[in-house]
Design a protein around this ligand. Structure first.
Ligand SMILES: Nc1ncnc2c1ncn2[C@@H]1O[C@H](COP(=O)(O)OP(=O)(O)OP(=O)(O)O)[C@@H](O)[C@H]1O
Length: 284
């Protein structure tokens, strides 16, 4: 894979966000309203055999070179599989390499070695809602990526409406972008990806800057997209443990490595056990 690896038109207008600080203590759990449950755990297959994989990484390594000429490993032998049509979450403490891995899957970074497969079209949605939307109205923004596609204006409008419907924003078609909340902007960005027939959504900590109602709106939008089209797959980077309730599978990273992957509740319990042992160490 190379850096020329097709960032979609939608992706080209996204700007890279700044890094933010988090640690294991930021892997928080609070209660969220319940949505339709994630697909049952029985449908989960760790090897992705049940559904064809939409995302696959095998022994991915990524290093950077310092000005002094030293090589610093960021990712070590990371492997994962996300079956088609499922929502998986990627968690781990600050700086463990989640965003780097997601950017490699998006084609924004080239792995030092290892293999990556991601079904196309794929789309990367950034953390900061204000980096997602660039056009003056919701309709224009969702239609942005369809500009050179040769569709008639009726076809573009119909695709925009369908995509906005999938994220629960069809009533906002004429709204000026600056009047939207952060979560609504995220949903418009996801609609833009869907309008371009995106098959894989790579979602980088979308709910970090959002309050609880916006947070639930974005999760609901992603779940709805997957329910409406079995062809859409999502990988969601988060540090909010409660969001695991809505996942079909989860991946937990530490220190540049994938430590665990599989059933989301098992991963949640694993992280909670780690947090509790961490607090015990601090309090002892
Ligand atoms: N261009 C770079 N130069 C130097 N170090 C980098 C670069 N990109 C990433 N890193 C380092 O790689 C590690 C992984 O970063 P990454 O942003 O992928 O972690 P993360 O798990 O997404 O963190 P967070 O949860 O805080 O967003 C960090 O230690 C980070 O400082």
């Amino acid at each position: 894979m190379t850096n020329k690896d097709e960032p979609s038109r939608h992706l080209q207008r996204r700007r890279l966000r700044g890094e933010n600080a988090m640690n294991l203590g930021n892997l928080i759990h609070s209660s969220l309203p319940r949505l339709a449950p994630a697909r049952s755990n029985s449908s989960f297959r760790d090897n992705g055999c049940e559904n064809a994989a939409a995302i696959e990484a095998r022994n991915v390594n990524f290093s950077i070179s310092t000005r002094q000429g030293a090589t610093v490993p960021i990712l070590t032998d990371c492997s994962l599989t996300v079956p088609s049509g499922q929502l998986w979450m990627l968690l781990g403490p600050n700086g463990c390499g989640k965003s780097t891995l997601l950017r490699i899957l998006a084609g924004l970074l080239t792995p030092t070695n290892g293999k990556v497969y991601v079904k196309r079209p794929k789309n990367y949605v950034f953390q900061n809602p204000d980096h997602q939307v660039v056009m003056p109205t919701v309709e224009a923004d969702v239609a942005f990526g369809l500009g050179k596609s040769g569709f008639t204006s009726m076809e573009v409008r119909s695709k925009v409406l369908k995509a906005l419907d999938a994220v629960g924003m069809s009533d906002y078609m004429q709204r000026p972008i600056q009047t939207l909340s952060g979560g609504q902007k995220q949903r418009v960005a996801i609609a833009g990806a869907l309008a371009e027939a995106c098959k894989v959504l790579l979602l980088d900590e979308l709910t970090t800057f959002l309050d609880e109602s916006d947070q639930i709106g974005v999760i609901r939008a992603v779940k709805n997209c997957l329910e409406k089209s079995e062809e859409v797959t999502a990988l969601w980077v988060t540090h909010r443990l409660e969001e695991l309730e809505y996942a079909d599978g989860a991946i937990y990273m530490e220190d540049g490595k994938v430590i665990k992957r599989g059933d989301p509740m098992r991963i949640m319990n694993f992280i909670r056990a780690k947090q509790s042992s961490y607090s015990n160490q601090i309090n002892s």
